[in-house]
Design a protein around this ligand. Structure first.
Ligand code: ADP
Ligand code: AMP
Length: 222
């Protein structure tokens, strides 16, 4: 299955993308994770993206497009993928259309996760991230076994610089202005399904599974 996960920062896209990866066996392609890794490694794209990401703005479409195009053309993405954090602008929808056309394939479903802004701000303020392996925790809903330490790799957990409240407000404004129109495009194409993301992660995952299973049912509208 080829899936796009949409929704504001902090709504739970990464959390649900991991569940989809486990359930369907498709790779989880997160442009945010790829960019953070590029920043950590100090690559050219990482150096270009660093300050922009810290300000809460979007990095240039072309930079993200090249990164995701290279990633989507790898063998493990041939049978499907779940995209998390891309596309984020109307121009990126066109970039994705071009990549899919060149691969001779198309999207099966776009899933829009939604939650009130107060819940999003609360989730982000309690998010802790592993700078080494990218694992994500929540101090109340998904705490690490040992305080401040990544379960998976043992590194010290951090709060992302762009998870500071003033930057989160800026990111939410960017989402409303530049990314919300992306959902409209997929709505017009008949690919969009909306899922309430306010409940516990398991309940949200069950609802995401329902709308995805609908996409593979015989005779399902594309
Ligand atoms: P996104 O990828 O959309 O930015 P994340 O998946 O990183 O969002 O989730 C943001 C924060 O909220 C993380 O700390 C995560 O552990 C937590 N979280 C995700 N889904 C839920 C949920 N359903 N209920 C409570 N907390 C959640
Ligand atoms: P995320 O991890 O998805 O919340 O992304 C963190 C930051 O990375 C964003 O605030 C942007 O600065 C940058 N970013 C991630 N994905 C994209 C994208 N598709 N287009 C532009 N910038 C992106």
């Amino acid at each position: 299955m080829r899936i796009v996960l949409l929704g504001p920062p902090g709504v739970g896209k990464g959390t649900q993308a991991s569940r989809i990866r486990e359930r369907l066996g498709v790779p989880h392609l997160s442009t945010g994770d790829m960019l953070r890794e590029a920043v950590r490694l100090g690559t050219g794209p990482g150096q270009a993206a660093r300050a922009i990401m810290e300000s809460g703005d979007l990095v240039p479409d072309a930079l993200v497009g090249e990164m995701i195009s290279e990633r989507m053309s790898r063998d493990d993405a041939r049978g499907g993928f779940v995209l998390d954090g891309f596309p984020r602008t109307e121009a990126q929808v066109e970039i994705l259309d071009g990549i899919l056309a060149s691969l001779g394939t198309r999207l099966d479903r776009a899933v829009l996760l939604q939650a009130p802004e107060s819940e999003i701000v609360s989730r982000i303020s309690l998010r802790r991230s592993c700078p080494a392996c990218g694992s994500v925790y929540h101090l109340r809903a998904q705490p690490p076994r040992k305080d401040g330490i990544c379960d998976r790799c043992g590194a010290a957990l951090v709060q992302r610089a762009d998870d500071a409240e003033d930057i989160v407000r800026a990111r939410l404004a960017v989402y409303r202005e530049q990314t919300a129109p992306v959902a409209e495009i997929y709505l017009r194409r008949g690919l969009l399904r909306e899922v309430d993301a306010t409940g516990p992660a398991d309940a949200v995952a069950a609802n995401v599974a329902l709308v995805l299973d609908g996409a593979t049912a015989p005779g399902a509208a594309a």
